[in-house]
Design a protein around this ligand. Structure first.
Ligand code: GTP
Ligand code: MG
Length: 363
């Protein structure tokens, strides 16, 4: 299902077979993409577009190193963490400084969730991320932030691709690999936003995704080791393309915004159809594991207290339990209340010895 959007308004229509959705919750759009792909410009564009449609977006900037933002941010990481100070304090380079700033911010992310919880009138939450994509996608803080938000709100990833740079088939393949890894890592619905269509139409990229031969021809035009790798990878990614949403956009002119929000509508459906059941399944697995661990611990505790000995003996001689000597019966009935484990252990040992003497007497 490679979907490319046609014109539409903010898509919110749901047919009767749709999964249960919660229209009271804002939709979160996390913007990710390679450095310079146009994430920040895209944020500014969709923010303006939503305002023009009388929708209320809430904007969060998570890039601590950005010098100037072209949009007003409701929450800005730069207000909480001074990236240059972090670099000085921890003696880090620029990338280390950005990662550490994001880590520091992630420790307070529950406060962001609290703020969002209190906002009742917002339709969308837009999140801008640092320039270096790996800072967010492969760091603990990026995972903490995206997981925390996706657990509470319908969340969609907008993967911004620089269409101009992707006219090079090897660069195109690197972008697709990144999009693919993000999709499988987060399991969230993802839209590939082919940005900068005011410079180059994204038709060629859609064609490469739909027609394997065309992409091969493009690769043949520049033989290299990386082209060979891209050729092999394109075979693997063929499956991934089927589940991918793509849309052409120009963050500068605003062309394609309506199409983007149409895709967001379908991605939100996917969130409820696939991400939520996956989350519930995960919760069940964790609960089951916890139960099993608790049972194992309880069993261990019983063994430590000698109860298991008694249970085994019960199984071997079910009729004898009624004829047990008083010390053994007493242990069974009453000593559970004794909180002192040492005393219980001594008593159980004495009881077992007494029982052994009793059985020896019987035979
Ligand atoms: N022509 C054109 N230029 C664009 C478009 N979107 C972004 N740009 C330009 O691309 C450059 C990078 O844009 P940004 O929005 O800063 O990109 P970014 O991904 O946020 O960059 P980092 O955060 O540094 O990774 C800027 O010079 C933008 O003006 C677009 O749709 N068309
Ligand atoms: Mg940016």
């Amino acid at each position: 299902m490679l979907t490319t959007a046609t014109t539409s308004d903010v898509a919110d229509d749901q047919d009767s077979n749709s999964p249960k959705t919660d229209s009271t919750k804002p939709v979160v759009i996390i913007t990710l993409g390679m450095a310079g792909s146009g994430k920040t410009c895209f944020m500014q564009r969709i923010n303006a577009w939503l305002h023009a449609k009388n929708k209320c977006p809430y904007v969060i900037n998570l890039d601590p190193a950005v010098f100037e933002l072209p949009y007003p941010a409701n929450i800005d990481i730069r207000d909480s963490v001074k990236y240059k100070e972090v670099m000085k304090q921890y003696q880090l380079g620029p990338n280390g400084g950005i990662i550490t700033s994001l880590n520091l911010f992630a420790t307070k992310f529950d406060q962001v969730l609290d703020i969002l919880e209190k906002k009742k009138d917002i339709d969308f939450v837009l999140i801008d991320t640092p320039g270096q994509i790996e800072v967010f996608t492969w760091s603990a803080s990026g995972t903490i932030i995206s997981d925390a938000i996706a657990r509470s709100y319908p969340t969609v990833i907008a993967f911004i691709m620089d269409t101009v740079r992707c006219t090079n088939p090897v660069t195109f393949m690197s972008n697709m690999m990144y999009a693919c890894s993000i999709m499988y890592k987060t399991r969230l619905p993802l839209i590939v936003v082919m940005n900068k269509t005011d410079i180059v139409d994204n038709k060629f990229a859609v064609e490469w995704m739909n027609d394997f031969e065309t992409f091969q021809e493009a690769l043949d035009a520049q033989p290299s080791y990386s082209s060979n790798l891209s050729r092999s990878m394109s075979l693997v990614l063929d499956e991934f393309y089927k589940d991918l949403r793509t849309v052409g956009i120009s963050a500068v002119t605003g062309q394609g915004c309506a199409n983007f929000f149409r895709e967001v509508g379908s991605a939100v459906k996917e969130y409820y159809e696939e991400y939520i059941p996956h989350l519930e399944e995960l919760r069940r697995v964790i609960e089951k594991r916890k139960e099993e661990e608790m049972e194992a611990q309880l069993k261990k505790l019983k063994v430590d207290r000698g109860e298991e000995v008694q249970l085994e003996e019960d199984k071997l001689n079910p009729t004898q339990t009624t004829n047990l000597p008083p010390s053994f019966s007493n242990y069974n009935d009453s000593n559970d209340n004794d909180s002192d484990e040492e005393v219980q252990y001594e008593e159980s040992t004495a009881a077992a010895a007494s029982f052994e003497r009793y059985r020896a007497g019987l035979s």
